[in-house]
Design a protein around this ligand. Structure first.
Ligand SMILES: [Cu+2]
Length: 304
């Protein structure tokens, strides 16, 4: 028993101290790039080819939609002015005009073909998963994410930070509902392949700046990939209504240099691989801890 307690204490200390150290180290010199900004609109900065494609497609669609709207508006205006009762007191009495009917069938079909030609290659690019440099499994739980690095045989949970924890982890109050205690860490300019799944209900792993969104369905593994080109911190949120705390399971990804990544991997292997997940969960369950604090913060937030 004494040995068990000692083991638990050692585990606890290493988890918390190393966790803190890890957070501070990786945070250094990283600016927050992927996050929503008050009063702004449009997309977050694109840091992957996929995100640039998505933004480009959005603009292309906007041009097409705007053109259609203007043409339809023009036609309505023309009919209203030219064919009102005063301008056209004796309306024609014919019905059906084949050339027009052919036109209003063929033109929309052509528009859809153009839209398909623009969008399908982008969809296929997202869905055809390349050979990755880094492999991660992201599992959505009610209500936090777990990240597993199968190549290094460790995994860890990522919980949202309560308001009073943000500064301690190097974030500001603006990052409330976005920042998490631990983060997924990936190296810059490397292809990251993520298998997404759900442990209980359907969740969705999304980071807008990477242009990725993938549902995590229990019992299935879905893939997504991205190659981040800029170092920094990027936020996302679960994007599938997954229960009462759906809004409180954000995603934090830190894109770092290869050296920082290697260092993080060796620290993380020591931190997480040494202490099995079940033990960590026990520590979390027994201590006056993080999750407790978060649950309190979440309940308070919901009441406000
Ligand atoms: Cu969720």
């Amino acid at each position: 028993m004494r040995v068990q307690i000692k083991h638990l204490m050692v585990g606890m200390t290493s988890v918390f101290s190393a966790g803190m150290a890890g957070a501070v180290d990786v945070n250094q010199e990283l600016s927050i790039i992927g996050r929503p900004v008050n009063g702004e609109y449009g997309f977050q900065p694109s840091v992957t080819e996929l995100a640039r494609d998505v933004v480009w497609l959005d603009s292309a669609m906007l041009y097409i939609i705007t053109s259609i709207s203007l043409v339809v508006l023009g036609l309505i205006g023309w009919v209203v002015i030219r064919y009102n009762r005063r301008s056209n007191p004796h309306p024609a009495t014919f019905s059906h005009y084949t050339p027009v009917e052919i036109l209003w069938t063929v033109i929309p079909v052509l528009i859809l073909v153009v839209i398909g030609t623009l969008s399908l290659p982008i969809l296929f690019k997202q869905q055809i998963i390349p050979e990755g440099d880094i492999h991660i499994k992201a599992t959505g739980n009610q209500w936090y994410w777990n990240y597993e690095y199968p190549d290094h045989e460790f995994n860890f949970d990522s919980f949202m930070l309560a308001r009073d924890q943000l500064e301690e982890f190097g974030y500001s109050q603006d990052e409330y509902l976005l920042a998490t205690d631990t983060a997924m860490v990936v190296p810059v300019n490397k292809t990251v392949v993520i298998n997404v799944t759900g442990a209980d209900v359907i969740h969705s792993w999304t980071v807008p700046a990477f242009g990725v969104k993938q549902d995590g369905v229990p019992g299935r593994l879905a893939g997504l990939w991205f190659t981040p080109e800029v170092e920094g911190i990027f936020f996302g949120q679960c994007s599938e209504l997954c229960g009462k705390d759906h809004a409180y399971m954000p995603i934090t990804v830190k894109v770092v240099s290869q050296e920082a990544y290697d260092e993080w991997i060796s620290n993380a292997t020591a931190e997480y691989a040494e202490v099995p997940t079940q033990t960590r969960k026990l520590i979390v369950a027994e201590g006056q801890d993080q999750q407790q604090k978060i649950q309190t913060a979440v309940s308070t937030a919901r009441l406000q």
